[in-house]
Design a protein around this ligand. Structure first.
Ligand code: WT7
Length: 635
């Protein structure tokens, strides 16, 4: 948790300044009457979403907007027919959008490419035809292990267009993690690349993919994008180059007519156990809410350029690098690289070069930029910027103010958007017309009913911390956990009666603004990346010297949280620097470079409850020098 409760109380007392929208922002805003819109949607959220649904294309309209007869397996737009990729691409063809830039791409070394909507459409169709030739059919799972390149968007769109279910695995995950996800999804194809560069160093994606697929007999073909041109091992029977696969394929392809409730993709995310959850999103409702939020929260239109700095491997990338911007018919920027190469002004240079209108990023990046100093953003012309966005973890007021002043030049409102892999799209966020508070995510988006409650589901008073819950249902909500509907029910709908359990703690202030404090103790947010404590602990246990381990997140000035691990060693094994290195290596091998371990402490035993659950809360309180709280349940 980046902000402790103590800091939050200070925020409440001292930081109630309202940042009012400027006249320029109000002039173009799609929604101008904030309170009026909230009120209207609140009266009938289902009607609100039914109206929003008119923004997407339906082959056939729905019989019922919202169906709760099999709750918590809710349905939206049941009976309707549509296709997510059709909405992102096909519907623009034959309109003026077709010649607009769909994607700008640039990598760390400065290579760049551009796709118009028409070019993108043609290549997606070629890949649809290519994948069909490989035997991919409606409902099949296709795993995607790619960096932030146009082919990632193309692979996703091609899958959705033919009705296959894509499963993107972030390229910072290890071979083991990739293997586990491929197996769980029972994918039959993997799309990957030769490699990528990170800080000038080669990331050897193909060899990682090879190690993963070795143990996945179901994977019949591996499609390889030539990205950085490095030498790779090529298995002639199994591997096929992407460019060979699409070569000579027709540039037109049939779009699968999907039911609104057909799965469009699965995306794995961390939870309380070491096994990741395959979150399922569908064609209809997902499209509706992603489009409505990107239009209203970022007010994008015309020839505008949108840059979401996330990676397509996370939900933010799915919804706001790929599907959202393309459905809105604007230009999306993809940057395959880190923000401070070759110098700490890379981000600002890109904003200037591509005339980015809306920049959507994460607190960890903002804090890193802040550390480099005010001079870097000031070197660049960023007049094109109109709106800023933040997502992934709480943004502390100091970072918010810095972003507002040095990047937004006090004229760009910041949309601090709270949502999750499971919610599919933004849920609690200001709109450009709303008054803002530095460090608050504002109020729920129209059509969303949230609250902060105690364990029993009773609303807590303003200013008091509690569990953040969603009290209604929404179109882009998770439909189930792949292959594990019981876990879906248990994780989200049974922790607190009759509401969706987010796993976050938050409070509301007297104006109804939400202040998110972080996760309850089993999920960590490291530089905005979501990692389960159980996942990391079981990775430690892979090392033969380890009996058990407990990990906690400690406040980190840049990453939000950093991992501290407490490790119990087998009898007779002595702690050493070498062992520390080995442990870090084991975790890296098991989960991937995304799981960076900060400090490691060796200990004789871990604090546990009578039932044997590790009390991470106690470890954390000790580390932070806070009162231990109620430890009566400890042995
Ligand atoms: C968790 C979801 C969905 C976007 C990327 C992360 C935290 C997300 C905010 C925000 C405070 C935030 C929450 C949430 N979170 N956005 N604006 N302010 N916290 O998706 O990996 O599924 O993580 O990220 O803790 O539950 P995710």
């Amino acid at each position: 948790m980046h902000q402790t409760s103590r800091e939050m109380t200070e925020v409440l007392v001292q930081n109630q300044k309202l940042y009012q929208p400027s006249r320029a922002i109000l002039k173009t805003a799609r929604v101008k009457d904030y309170q009026g819109m909230l009120k209207k949607a609140r009266r009938n959220p289902v009607k609100f979403w039914a109206e929003a649904a008119n923004d997407i294309h339906w082959f056939k309209k729905w019989d019922k907007v919202f169906d709760d007869s099999h709750k918590p397996f809710y349905q939206w737009f049941a009976g309707a027919k549509t296709n997510l990729a059709y909405n992102a691409l096909d519907r623009h063809i034959g309109t003026p959008v077709a010649n607009k830039t769909a994607i700008f791409w640039e990598d760390e070394s400065g290579r760049s490419r551009r796709y118009s909507y028409l070019e993108l459409y043609h290549e997606v169709n070629q890949l649809v035809n290519g994948l069909k030739k490989l035997g991919v059919k409606k409902g099949d799972r296709v795993a995607v292990y790619l960096p932030n390149i146009p082919e990632t968007a193309i692979a996703l769109l091609a899958c959705a267009k033919l009705g296959a279910i894509h499963s993107v695995v972030y390229a910072g995950y290890s071979a083991k993690a990739l293997e586990e996800r491929i197996k769980d999804a029972k994918a039959k194809i993997l799309v990957t690349a030769d490699g990528s560069f990170r800080r000038g160093k080669v990331v050897d994606l193909k060899s990682i993919a090879d190690r993963a697929v070795k143990n996945c007999p179901r994977v019949k073909k591996v499609v390889v994008v030539k990205n950085n041109g490095q030498k790779i091992k090529f298995n002639r029977r199994r591997d096929i180059w992407y460019h060979e696969l699409i070569k000579n394929q027709p540039v037109e392809a049939k779009c699968a007519v999907m039911s609104a409730e057909d799965p469009a993709f699965v995306l794995y995310t961390s939870g309380t156990t070491s096994k990741p959850k395959g979150v399922i999103h569908v064609h209809g409702g997902y499209a509706v809410q992603v489009l409505r939020t990107i239009k209203w929260v970022f007010d994008l239109r015309g020839n505008e350029v949108f840059w979401c700095t996330a990676d397509p491997g996370w939900i933010t990338g799915h919804s706001y690098i790929i599907y959202g911007p393309l459905m809105a018919g604007i230009t999306t920027l993809m940057y395959e690289g880190v923000p401070d190469v070759p110098r700490p002004d890379r981000i600002w240079r890109l904003v200037e070069k591509y005339k980015v209108n809306v920049l959507y990023t994460a607190p960890t990046l903002i804090r890193l930029m802040m550390k480099y100093g005010n001079a870097w953003p000031q070197k660049h012309q960023m007049k094109s910027l109109r709106i800023l966005g933040s997502v992934g973890e709480p943004i502390n007021p100091a970072a918010w103010k810095w972003f507002h002043k040095y990047v937004g030049k006090n004229r760009c409102p910041i949309m601090d958007t709270w949502w999750q892999t499971e919610t599919g799209a933004q849920m609690i966020t200001p709109l450009p017309c709303a008054p803002l508070k530095a460090g608050s995510t504002g109020k729920p988006f129209p059509g969303i009913v949230a609250d902060v409650v105690d364990k029993k589901g009773k609303p807590v008073p303003y200013g008091k911390g509690g569990y953040l819950v969603i009290k209604n249902q929404w179109p882009s909500m998770i439909r189930t956990i792949f292959n594990n509907p019981e876990r879906y029910v248990k994780t989200y709908w049974q922790k607190i009666k009759a509401v969706y359990f987010t796993g976050d703690v938050a409070f509301k202030d007297k104006d109804g603004y939400y202040w998110i404090q972080g996760r309850t103790d089993d999920v960590l947010k490291i530089a905005g990346h979501r990692l389960g404590t159980a996942e990391i602990e079981s990775a430690f246990a892979h090392h033969p010297a380890v009996v058990e381990a407990a990990v906690i997140g400690l406040p980190d000035p840049v990453k939000g949280e950093s991992i501290k691990a407490f490790v119990v060693l087998k009898q007779g094994i002595k702690p050493s620097d070498k062992l520390q290195e080995e442990l870090r290596h084991t975790v890296r091998q098991t989960i991937g470079p995304v799981a960076v371990i900060g400090a490691i402490a060796f200990t004789d035993k871990l604090p546990k409850t009578r039932s044997g659950k590790i009390m991470r809360r106690v470890l954390k309180a000790k580390e932070l020098g806070l009162p231990l709280g109620d430890t009566s349940a400890l042995i």
